[in-house]
Write a protein that binds this ligand. Structure first.
Ligand code: SAH
Length: 389
């Protein structure tokens, strides 16, 4: 594909209104735009087409015109790995951005007995440098567009055969009728530092005529950007997960440096202000288990105190190591003791079983090679860094 093709405006990732508006470029008369946008929407998100020629309820000349003006191409799969536990990870090479660079992000599918969760990235790299997180060792490169966030789901659905027409023909299809039943914004990046694009992506993902996943099945995980938390609840209405990981500011400052800006009190106050909380709609507090660091019974008791008054559940995550990581995972008895104290206080405290460790797909192991070029380097033509395209 030529670079020029990639510079055509992408339709994937526009909300309904923007999709209708942009059709003016293809001279679609104003009174037809909403109807055409509706057709295209269904083709992209419900049928998964990647070629305008397949849009058979649109007249051929208009299909051809749309194809000249716009793109609905997916990011390329640069690498695909399948874990021995069935977890899949894709490395996606994005279309060149305005600087001509083609960046890469990872996306992970975790099949479970009763559901399938897709873990989606929101940024290339991350600004936050949490000291136990592999992505934190990769510098922030850029925010993903709404289209790039949504496209991760489309690519995964292609590979899984998770489109309604493919599913209908598959005798082994699960009862839910879909392989991806849940989406978590827990891949690379801090979603609340890419608020607008994440918000648009959540709207598209939950739209009933497209991918159609209820907002209760979309979870946004944040390292704790306190001022954006109530706003995320009001404007996105998805489920919230907080990467808490420590029970004192002293320890949290070290693990999640963002804590120096928004310390525990500010973070928990923001959580209390999250709209729509109830026992049926709780905040998940993620807590990585680091040996000798945050895993004592005293920590567990402090955690319970911190959560008082918040409809909450706790997700204990055994630390997943990565090359050069400076921590060790807590011993199993320490994890059990911790879980027990939290559980006795009335909070569900499941231990997240590590999935896809053998392909570096588990929590906090994601990283891509993408780097931000200096301004002087950006003027060069785009080059593929690796052979496979
Ligand atoms: N930026 C978001 C999403 C991060 S990934 C956030 O900070 O919430 C999802 C979870 O995995 C977070 O709770 C994150 O802190 C945790 N995590 C990061 N590195 C980890 C590791 N090496 N082992 C276990 N969990 C890790």
């Amino acid at each position: 594909m030529t670079t020029q093709e990639h510079t055509k405006p992408a339709l994937t990732g526009l909300d309904r209104a923007a999709l209708a508006d942009i059709l003016s470029i293809a001279d679609v008369p104003e009174r037809q735009r909403r109807m055409r946008a509706q057709q295209i929407w269904r083709w992209i998100y419900n049928r998964g087409v990647t070629d305008f020629a397949a849009m058979t309820n649109i007249a051929k000349p208009l299909r051809a015109r749309l194809a000249r003006e716009f793109t609905i191409a997916r990011p390329r799969v640069a690498a695909r790995q399948v874990s021995k536990d069935g977890t899949r990870k894709w490395l996606l090479r994005l279309a060149p951005d305005e600087t001509g660079q083609r960046h890469e992000v990872e996306v992970v599918y975790i099949p479970e007995e009763d559901r399938g969760t897709l873990c989606v990235s929101s940024q290339v790299g991350c600004t936050l440098n949490c000291t136990f997180c592999h992505t934190g060792t990769q510098k922030w490169v850029r925010n993903l567009t709404a289209g790039e966030i949504v496209s991760q789901i489309l690519v995964a659905r292609d590979d899984l055969g998770d489109w309604p027409d493919v599913m209908a023909a598959n005798p082994d299809a699960p009862a839910s009728g879909r392989w991806i039943t849940n989406v978590v914004l827990m891949g690379m990046g801090e979603p609340l530092y890419n608020f607008d694009n994440v918000k648009t992506a959540c709207e598209i993902i939950s739209d009933g005529e497209g991918i159609s996943l209820s907002k209760r099945r979309i979870t946004l995980s944040t390292a704790g950007v306190a001022p954006e938390i109530p706003r995320a609840g009001a404007e996105m209405g998805v489920m919230l997960a907080i990467s808490l990981h420590a029970t004192t500011d002293e320890v949290r400052d070290r693990l999640v440096p963002l804590n120096r800006k928004y310390p525990l009190k500010a973070l928990l106050d923001a959580c209390r202000a999250y709209p729509g909380l109830s026992n049926a709609r709780r905040i998940t507090f993620e807590y990585v288990m680091l040996k000798g660091m945050n895993d004592s019974p005293a920590d567990a008791r402090r955690l319970v105190n911190l959560l008082r008054g918040i409809p909450a559940k706790v997700n204990l995550i055994p630390f997943n190591p990565w090359p050069g990581s400076p921590y060790e995972c807590s011993d199993w008895p320490a994890i059990e003791r911790f879980a027990e104290i939290v559980n006795r206080a009335g909070y569900a405290s499941p231990v997240r079983s590590p999935r896809g460790r053998d392909i570096m797909a588990a929590c906090g192991q994601l990283k891509s090679e993408s780097q931000r070029l200096r301004a002087s380097q950006r003027t060069r033509p785009a080059q593929n860094r690796t052979a496979a395209t």
